[in-house]
Write a protein that binds this ligand. Sequence first.
Ligand code: RBF
Length: 165
Amino acid sequence: MASKLHNLSDYDFSRVPDAKGMRFGIVVAEWNSDITGALLEGAVATLKKHGALEADIHTQTVPGSFELVYGSSLMVDSRRFDAVIAIGCVIRGDTPHFDYICEGTTQGLAALNNRAQIPVVYGLLTCNTLQQALDRCGGSLGNKGDECAVTAIKMIDFRRQLEQA
Ligand code: RBF
């Protein structure tokens, strides 16, 4: 989880490259949709704030966070995007599912990042309580969707710089 000291929406605007012409695929989990919807809104608004065009942002939903891995993998393989953002929220309940889903999704996205030609950005909130999730989707600790958008833009630029070097 984000540190209590770090607001997820705080960043240096001047250090974010122009996102015009960059193409983004966003996969969003339907579980905890109030939270994931707010994360998505934050991500899209931030991409646009940095110049991304509406037509270059493609969003699709998957049932739960565990399916983010497969959804992101298909988006990568479609070759239609310069980055993929995976958005989900897992809230600890009374079952061990929390650990299994967090672990499986995180490992899956990490493995995908290793093989993908484009960046896959980790937008999974893993929270003990609903309040912790609310704090991070536009509440007191900002919006992780904003952070994901900025990360996606910076990582696309990272790759472009390397290709030009
Ligand atoms: N998906 C989420 O994105 N967030 C959750 O908090 C979440 N909790 C779950 C709890 C249980 C008991 C189960 C069975 C599934 C949960 N899922 C959750 C759904 C999971 O990511 C996945 O969609 C399903 O397990 C089907 O593969």
